[in-house]
Design a protein. Structure first.
Length: 167
């Protein structure tokens, strides 16, 4: 005997909700991307489940996804000021401790995660930013592991005058 969908009563339910364990058909199921919360500092518990009924998705997952997407959009506006900058950096607010991102596969990934964490904390600029890598060897294969570090601040953009960068 096949189970029916608990939401629409369709005769064939092929999936099970990862949160409430209801049997749902392919029309009533919602999927969450596997790496949707890849930069989240503390991913929600449901992030690993992947399959949800419409009810659980709307009440539990969608608010978190919208919050994450909003922070990700703000992170695109985050600016960097390198550690080598030799000038006055006017700030409104500054984090107490620098933040470090470790063990990223690429330089770009490390910088993206640092920008996301800056936006997640409510800041708009990363100062004293530096990026470094280390080489790792695994049975003849060599790869690089990247790390990025910086301090989060709210920059006073009206007073900050960075030097013109040459191309």
């Amino acid at each position: 005997m096949t189970e029916s969908c608990e939401l629409c009563q369709a005769p064939k339910a092929t999936k099970t909700c990862g949160e409430c364990s209801r049997c749902v058909c392919k029309n009533c199921v919602e999927f969450l991307e596997q790496d949707k919360f890849r930069f989240h500092p503390e991913p929600p518990a449901f992030a690993t489940k992947g399959v949800f009924c419409v009810d659980c998705f709307e009440t539990l997952v969608r608010p978190e996804v919208e919050k994450y997407d909003e922070v990700e959009a703000r992170s695109e506006l985050v600016k960097f000021v390198r550690i080598s900058f030799r000038g006055y950096i006017p700030t409104f607010r500054k984090a107490k401790f620098p933040v470090e991102v470790k063990d990223e596969a690429g330089r770009g990934q490390a910088l993206l995660k640092l920008k996301f964490l800056c936006a997640w904390e409510g800041y708009d600029t990363v100062i004293d930013m530096e990026v470094e890598h280390s080489k790792t060897r695994n049975h003849g294969w060599e790869s690089k592991v990247w790390a990025a570090r910086g301090t989060f601040v709210d920059l006073d953009h009206a007073k900050f005058r960075p030097p013109e960068e040459s191309t």
